[in-house]
Design a protein around this ligand. Structure first.
Ligand SMILES: Nc1ncnc2c1ncn2[C@@H]1O[C@H](COP(=O)(O)OP(=O)(O)O)[C@@H](O)[C@H]1O
Ligand SMILES: N[C@@H](CC(=O)OP(=O)(O)O)C(=O)O
Length: 413
């Protein structure tokens, strides 16, 4: 089997859904499990529903707007008397009933039960559309296959149970399932972290021993820089797993950071291709190292620079470091760069869960703490020592770090 993943950008409207049919025509005869994300920016819109619900404002209007957008796509694809409209209504009604009867104020739990509707309706629409164009397929509920911990919004995969479930899938034909979601031991829905559908594709591929995974994107493949921020970019036709995992870790959002590891374990080739030019080769990520590595630029936005120093000019010791790291882990803050001197520690961090203020308050009881927010981490892989100046030019650099292959600059925007 092969695994294909179509993200929100590829199925943002009716023509996007039709295009998936066209992409599949290049793979006629293959057995494929398709993982699909919510359409366009649906997940952001569903997040708004959760916010409104939990802060007591009227969420029903926002939910109805999201339902209406999907109704329009269904009507465009199948006509106004399609039975898919009824199925759509049922999915949204389930969300309404949940919100109406729910008594939990646990944000993360409510989030996962509600936001996942986006993936349920996109997979329903895609599956029905493929049927309509003669690509017969089976729609699977990913929650029956991906079993995970109950850490809502960032659930950890239970690999043994997931393997057992996915092994039951007959490796023949075409399947459509949801990215981003799974279920915990009580069968409540969990999500695997924002942009987690690439990771879902990788989980299915690992457990199916798939021959390959292809993620279909709005770019020709992995480029040496994000085209949203850099004007001259270059396609990287071949990448090693280690290059890809480093790029994803440093912030190249074209690949979700958790995607590569399971594939590397089973040496499953990973392709990033354009859903607009499906005939083109795109990027292949493989085991073998790639010679003549290209200069690569990666920007990680929404970072914070934490500068800690001892209150009494004493050393920042290993005991201090272990305490600080433990508190960072507790608050689910992600470190993207770390640097220390005898009496200070600098950390560039991401604060997805908005816990930084709590951490800083705690650390201030033991250290002097300075926070600079709204910084970006600029990483250059395979930098050229002869042209270092150009990387610094126009940047307000607060902290720098250099290894043999990688230059990193924390910059104030
Ligand atoms: N090095 C890179 N190469 C290609 N695209 C990149 C890179 N870094 C960031 N991107 C961004 O990744 C986007 C595609 O990934 P993503 O938005 O996650 O797709 P989807 O959600 O549809 O799966 C591109 O539109 C591009 O702006
Ligand atoms: N819909 C989810 C999961 C996902 O991976 O989406 P996308 O493939 O569009 O990045 C999100 O937006 O986070």
């Amino acid at each position: 089997m092969e695994v294909f993943k179509f993200g929100g950008a590829s199925v943002c409207d009716a023509s996007g859904v039709r295009n998936v049919g066209k992409v599949l025509k290049y793979s006629t005869g293959k057995d494929i499990l398709i993982v699909v994300s919510a359409m366009g920016k649906t997940t952001n819109a569903m997040e708004k529903v959760v916010e409104e619900y939990l802060n007591g404002s009227s969420y029903l209007t926002t939910l109805a707007e999201i339902e209406f957008q999907h109704q329009q796509i269904i009507t465009e694809l199948f006509g106004s008397s399609s039975s898919t409209l009824q199925q759509l209504k049922e999915k949204f009604n389930l969300a309404r009933v949940f919100l109406d009867t729910n008594r939990s104020s646990n944000y993360d739990f409510v989030y996962d039960q509600v936001v996942s509707v986006g993936e349920f309706v996109s997979s329903l629409i895609l599956s029905r559309y493929l049927d309509q164009v003669g690509i017969s397929n089976q729609l699977l509920d990913a929650r029956e296959y991906i079993k995970a911990s109950s850490e809502y919004r960032e659930a950890g995969v239970d690999w043994a149970l997931t393997q057992e479930r996915i092994s039951q899938i007959e490796p023949r034909g075409i399947y459509v399932t949801q990215g981003f979601i799974g279920s915990e031991s009580n069968n409540f829905t969990v999500t695997l972290g924002r942009e987690g559908s690439d990771y879902s594709a990788s989980i299915f591929a690992y457990c199916l021993n798939a021959m390959a995974v292809t993620v279909w994107k709005d770019v020709p493949g992995v480029l040496n820089a994000d085209p949203r921020h850099f004007s001259e970019t270059q396609l990287m036709p071949l990448l090693s797993y280690s290059d890809a995992i480093e790029m994803a870790y440093f912030g190249a959002s074209v690949i979700h950071p958790k995607t590569i590891q399971p594939l590397q374990q089973k040496k499953i080739p990973f392709f990033v291709k354009s859903f607009l030019e499906p005939q083109k080769a795109g990027t292949k990520v493989q085991e073998e190292e790639v010679l003549s590595p290209v200069e690569t630029f990666i920007l990680k936005e929404n970072q914070h620079l934490l500068s800690l120093s001892s209150l009494d000019f004493s050393f920042v010791t290993e005991e201090h470091l272990s305490y600080i790291i433990a508190r960072i882990v507790f608050y689910k803050i992600k470190i993207s760069l770390i640097q220390n001197t005898a009496i200070s520690l600098q950390l560039c961090v991401g604060d997805k869960y908005h816990n930084l203020a709590l951490l800083v308050e705690e650390l201030k009881t033991k250290f002097e703490v300075e926070v600079t927010s709204d910084v970006q981490l600029f990483t250059v892989r395979n930098y050229k020592a002869s042209t270092l100046d150009k990387y610094y030019s126009g940047r307000n650099v607060l902290l720098e770090q250099m290894s043999k292959r990688t230059l990193q600059l924390v910059c104030k925007k």
